[in-house]
Unconditional design. Structure first.
Length: 181
């Protein structure tokens, strides 16, 4: 069913989550981003598994989340859109740790998505920091580049989302979906 599993990736503050919410409102199945939920939960319990503490543990928690989401998507009828995927963990580790463990690369090969991944490019006009997103715009740009390299390295093609209002992005994704299924 990998043909029906679609990933949205990019740097923080590029409109991925907003687009996913709009796709959900349009009736499409979605899987939430691991990072934001993990940060909130880890801070709430005083745990070290988040970006501001133990980045390697954070990456392992994200990997587990993404594999669970992949499995959950197998039970969904029709296309499913993910707010990030397993290769995002590769991009994260490459950016912040340098080395990526072999099991993370293996996970990216075992748990596959549609061959074309949608990349939300950095967009200064909509970028905003909040309590969960401590990165500045330069770090958002570096993150987008790391994700682009991670997905390309895992054998995916990338399709840039337009820098356009949410409704136009939804139309772009729906057009892409019509051509892909």
């Amino acid at each position: 069913m990998t043909q029906g599993l679609f990933v949205l990736t990019g740097g923080p503050g590029s409109g991925k989550t907003t687009l996913l919410a709009a796709l959900a409102e349009a009736g499409l199945a979605t899987m939430p981003e691991a990072g934001r939920a993990l940060i909130r939960d880890q801070i709430r319990i005083g745990g070290p598994g988040w970006h501001g503490q133990d980045r390697r543990l954070f990456a392992e928690l994200m990997l587990g989340w993404e594999m669970r989401s992949w499995h959950a998507a197998q039970e969904v009828e029709g296309p499913v859109f993910f707010d990030r995927g397993i290769p995002d963990v590769i991009g994260y580790l490459s950016l912040y740790q340098g080395a990526v463990p072999a099991h993370v690369h293996r996970a990216a090969q075992v748990f596959r998505y549609h061959p074309t991944v949608l990349l939300a490019p950095p967009w200064a006009a909509i970028f905003d920091q909040d309590e969960d997103r401590g990165q500045d715009f330069d770090e958002a740009v570096a993150t987008a580049q790391a994700m682009e390299q991670a997905y390309a390295g895992a054998g995916y093609d990338l399709l840039l989302l337009p820098l356009a209002p949410v409704a136009d992005r939804v139309d772009f994704v729906l057009d892409f979906l019509d051509r892909s299924v």
